[in-house]
Design a protein around this ligand. Sequence first.
Ligand SMILES: Nc1nc2c(c(=O)[nH]1)N[C@H]1C(S)=C(S)[C@@H](COP(=O)(O)OP(=O)(O)OC[C@H]3O[C@@H](n4cnc5c(=O)[nH]c(N)nc54)[C@H](O)[C@@H]3O)O[C@H]1N2
Ligand SMILES: Nc1nc2c(c(=O)[nH]1)N[C@H]1C(S)=C(S)[C@@H](COP(=O)(O)OP(=O)(O)OC[C@H]3O[C@@H](n4cnc5c(=O)[nH]c(N)nc54)[C@H](O)[C@@H]3O)O[C@H]1N2
Ligand code: SF4
Ligand SMILES: [Mo]
Length: 703
Amino acid sequence: MVDLEANMTRFVRGACPHDCPDTCAVITEVRDGRAISFKGDPDHPFTQGWLCAKVRPYLDRVYHPERLLHPLRRAGAKGSDEWERISWDEAIQEIATRWKAIIDEHSAAAILPYSYSGTLGLVQMGAASERLWNRMGASGLDRAICDAAATTAVRATLGAKWAPDAAQLLDSRLILVWGHNPASTSPHSVPFIRQAQRNGAKLVVIDPRRTRSARSADLHLQPNPATDGALALGLTHIIFRDALHDEAWLEANTIGWRELRDRVQQFPPDLVAEITGIPSDVIEQLAHDFATLAPAMIKFSDGLQRHGNGGQTIRSLLALAAVTGQIGKRGGGVYYSASDYVHWSAEAVGHRAECPPVPRTINMNRLGAALTGEASDPSIMSLFVFGANPVAASPNSGLIVEGVLRDDLFTVVHEQFMTDTARYADIVLPATTQLEQFDLHRPYGHRHLQLNQQAIEPLGEAMSNWDLMRRLAEALGYDEPWLQQSAEEVAAEIFDASKPDNPVLANVTLDQLYRDGTAPLTFDATTEVPYSDLTFGTPSGKLELYSEKITRYGLDPLPDYHPPAEFEQSTSNGDGLILLSGAAHHFVTTSMANQPDLVRREGAPSVELNPADAAQRGIRDGDTVIVENERGSCQLIAIVTDDVPPGVASSVKGHWAQYSPGARNINWTTSDALADLAGQSTFHSNVVTVRLMNPRDGQEPTP
Ligand SMILES: Nc1nc2c(c(=O)[nH]1)N[C@H]1C(S)=C(S)[C@@H](COP(=O)(O)OP(=O)(O)OC[C@H]3O[C@@H](n4cnc5c(=O)[nH]c(N)nc54)[C@H](O)[C@@H]3O)O[C@H]1N2
Ligand SMILES: Nc1nc2c(c(=O)[nH]1)N[C@H]1C(S)=C(S)[C@@H](COP(=O)(O)OP(=O)(O)OC[C@H]3O[C@@H](n4cnc5c(=O)[nH]c(N)nc54)[C@H](O)[C@@H]3O)O[C@H]1N2
Ligand code: SF4
Ligand SMILES: [Mo]
């Protein structure tokens, strides 16, 4: 077979696996078994033939000289980065033996699988995060690090996460890009936003930071962090006050609009101006624009919800979109996520009905706490990490490190690289990249399925997530056929089981996906514009401004605004800055932040400070500063800029700790407190102090 392929060039269709709404369709050119080019599919209506800055050099990642190619066993103290090479047989044997002993002594609940967004594939992440672990009866993972609050809020309010096709933005007359930075995080939506602007739409970006996206806005509003709920309720106040709401629409299609009208009485413009820092005349103007420049679209993503009050913030945005009857209109309403169009059969993914019940669920945002005592009876005795890098990406990293340093914890990490997390493992296993594996993808930012075919053989001894699950299942003596299928068979089983219940799959076939790599979901005139039939998958069938269901999570049934507890509890004595840590342009969280070219382009780990805040602390541009709070600290280079307002600091997520001065990154400071809804992470509700690392002569160090 290898001979046959010699001197032959093949083009293999695939999908970008990263945590990004765009899920690009890609084509890999393979010659003599080696990938020689990697490009966006020119025929795909969303990818349009180009890839972002971070994934364009994907072959640098695949053929990175530091790829892990063989299983390794720890040969020194935990975290010492001393390893011995072992065979796959030894590795699997050792893991199975340790796990059997843990299960005998403590039960399988003492084993915690931890995976998240290294790939978003249905097989390599979806099934791989479920089947083996369900069979085993391992602890479940509450995957609340990214989108839990918005998902819960949107489902409670609108019934499902549906989003328009990006081309529908061309019908919008006003686009509010709210707490979202698509120029970096969903670049393929940007040409549609630009075209809408050329068509005359007004683009308003609402973000405390002047982001890349804000630079091309017609208006950039910089609210104080975590005050967006108050802003949305204040806009709604004005719309009701000035009778710009659509009462007939509200009466026919919602429940709770009168209660909402009462609630927003508490948010008059003067108060909202005080809370948000946005002048009341600007708020008045925006409210009038929103009500009169219809259709008006609110485009948000996941970053906005990462505050202590994230759930209510999203509920408030949804209420604003509803109050003028924008939901269900072409070019109007909300543009968040398309991920609920396809419901993969949960049973086909996880085979739970054939498994013991999940004994307990650990919130992934509390990993450090869980490893250091919060999870007891049984304690977590083994941690298995794949497709995630919690030491660098999850909140309160210092506590996670304390946890993974536990002598009695058996940690296995399956990775492409020796990440900050892999460093603390007892056993490290080499993982394939997307070119070396098969998968099926359901994008959250466009309305096509994407198939990824294996383009090249695994490098070294790398193994895909799913193949590893099969090996482990076998070693543990689990003989269910659904633990031994090939990746293609897993995808086919799930696809076939899901198709009958998913109208959007009506015209989609696997054959088509194998042939074209992409398949548009099936929409018709009644479903093309989300929610246009005005029936909502909520308990009442209406858009629930008042949600009884959401009270189950301890939330007020109506949208509301309260500042995050962090801002009140902070011990910074008034000297604190609110540190936002959004997406880097050249990484996806910590993925790619070990590719030298991309690291160079992103720049050294840094923190943006407003000139006033910098001056007050004696900090100049380029100084090394310590960013600190009661959870921990890290060392960053100060960038003095009015891209951030006074009181706010900004540092991107994603830099690896091992490449950062002091070997810590920004997540040593972020909070593992949970938000108001669905156990959501609260990375941005982070009060820190910032001081010069080496005070200049004659200058007192900041206490
Ligand atoms: N280049 C790149 N792309 C990515 C990622 C990446 O790391 N890099 N990560 C991927 C992932 S995992 C996700 S979830 C998505 C996230 O996609 P986005 O939500 O677009 O990205 P974030 O940068 O997390 O957050 C967006 C913005 O929210 C702002 N923000 C923070 N607090 C507030 C607030 O209180 N109010 C307002 N109005 N704005 C606020 C931040 O300043 C930031 O600019 O992006 C995905 N795409
Ligand atoms: N400060 C701060 N931190 C944040 C955020 C923030 O806004 N601010 N955002 C949070 C958000 S939204 C998210 S989604 C999380 C993401 O956090 P994580 O899900 O931990 O994502 P990454 O840091 O990208 O780590 C993914 C790892 O998976 C590996 N990988 C990739 N493909 C495969 C594969 O096929 N198999 C295996 N075994 N491994 C693979 C990659 O090499 C990489 O090391 O980060 C969160 N962290
Ligand atoms: S990260 Fe997003 S924009 Fe970049 S190639 Fe992947 S899917 Fe496309
Ligand atoms: Mo995310």
